[in-house]
Design a protein around this ligand. Structure first.
Ligand SMILES: Cc1ncc(COP(=O)(O)O)c(C=O)c1O
Length: 382
């Protein structure tokens, strides 16, 4: 193979041999530390993308790297056919952090969402008493929960959905933040409402103040599980450990991912109390890598960082010093998300968090460097 040295050399190679499912910016990162990345030609960039929220603690946080290194020297994969000495401590730490009895570890965010959907359906049949194969789950317009066939079945983004049918049944979508629409959509077979506390796919959408508490009340009244997808908004980003907590809400089920792996390994999880998680029994769900000791060791170190409250405090401080503080009141898409990563980025750039791909119409207002190439290649998609 010819010697690769410039950004273009690596891009040309990648374009030849890697599938074109992304359209990245023309920067080939070789080294990363904290909020900085350096490309193969020695150019340094402030990374405001934050790994689509997987780098809430920055690149290569020393405590997380140390936890990974220590575990690499001990064991990395046991499969769940054996126990390992990292899984219990990780689940205990995460359970304590998010206030739920039990944790089901997976790897990617989409797997955590799939797992939560399966748990909700099974809870519907075994606990709520829904007729076989009739369970329905309410989702929100403009959602983003990942890329699996079931998840894109209830996406309204044609780019994510088109040509992947036939689609999975059993979902009904209502306008995001519209409590009356949720109420109207609930019927006897409804088992869950799946909601992102803040949406991030079509611009950053913060629901109107009172939506999450109202949804909580509605779900309790109608015996429906409130499933909060905290994969992007959670784990310290908005100044509370979970984004739902910003409005003092406790969901029945949380999906977590991204920053749970500290940007080092893919770690995701579903958290729920025993009356819900109890529907999962041996052989009914699993993953070869889910709960592996390396992931568990890093996940536990992430929980320890968050347990100190410092990162949440940091996000709150950025929000307080921001020109347009984040608060759950507008109900409209905003270009400023107020997250921990967005704080410093917003002070040095005119727009907001480049981690989000804005609605296509508002692309020209983006804060990503306005080079011709950047415009042509579009925004980095999740
Ligand atoms: C809210 C939300 N849920 C789920 C996912 C899917 O996570 P993953 O890409 O790890 O599968 C994402 C990814 O962007 C997300 O933002």
């Amino acid at each position: 193979m010819t010697q690769l040295s410039t950004n273009q050399d690596f891009i040309d190679l990648e374009n030849r041999v890697a599938a074109h499912n992304y359209s990245p910016l023309p920067v080939v990162v070789e080294h990363a530390e904290g909020i900085w990345v350096t490309d193969v030609e020695g150019r340094r960039y402030l990374d405001a993308l934050s790994g689509y929220s997987a780098l809430n603690f920055g690149h290569r946080h020393p405590a997380l790297v140390q936890a990974a290194k220590d575990q690499l020297d001990r064991s990395t994969l046991t499969s769940r056919a054996f126990h390992n000495d990292q899984l219990g401590p990780f689940c205990a730490a995460l359970s304590e952090l998010v206030g739920k009895d039990m944790i089901l570890p997976m790897n990617t965010g989409a797997e955590a969402v799939e797992t939560a959907l399966k748990i909700a359906r099974k809870w519907g049949y075994l606990v709520k008493g829904v007729e076989a194969d009739m369970a329905e789950i309410i989702v929100m317009d403009g959602n983003f929960h990942g890329r699996t066939t079931t998840i894109i079945s209830f996406s309204d983004d044609p780019e994510a959905r088109d040509h992947y049918g036939p689609y999975t049944q059993g979902f009904v979508s209502v306008p995001y933040g519209d409590l009356a629409a949720v109420e109207a959509a609930i019927h006897d077979n409804t088992v869950a409402v799946l909601v992102e506390p803040i949406q991030g796919e079509q611009g950053v959408k913060i629901p109107k103040e009172g939506f999450l508490p109202g949804l909580r009340e509605l779900c309790t009244d109608r015996n429906v599980l409130m499933v909060a997808d905290e994969i992007q908004a959670g784990l310290g980003r908005v100044g509370t450990t979970l984004a739902c907590q910003y409005e003092g809400v406790e969901a029945d089920v949380y999906t977590l991912g991204k920053a749970l792996g500290g940007g080092i390994v893919p770690v995701s999880a579903v958290a729920a109390d025993a009356d819900v998680m109890g529907v999962i029994t041996p052989g009914t769900h699993g993953s070869t890598f889910g709960g592996n000791p390396l992931a568990a060791a890093v996940g536990k170190a992430v929980c320890d960082l968050l347990a100190s409250g410092g990162h949440q405090e940091n996000a709150r401080a950025w929000r307080a010093s921001s020109a347009r503080p984040w608060r759950p009141s507008s109900g409209r898409a905003s270009r400023r998300c107020g997250c921990a990563a967005c704080g410093p980025a917003s002070t040095s750039t005119p727009g907001c968090c480049p981690a989000r791909r804005p609605a296509r119409r508002s692309r020209s207002r983006a804060c990503w460097p306005r080079t011709r190439t950047a415009r042509r290649s579009g925004w980095p998609r999740r």
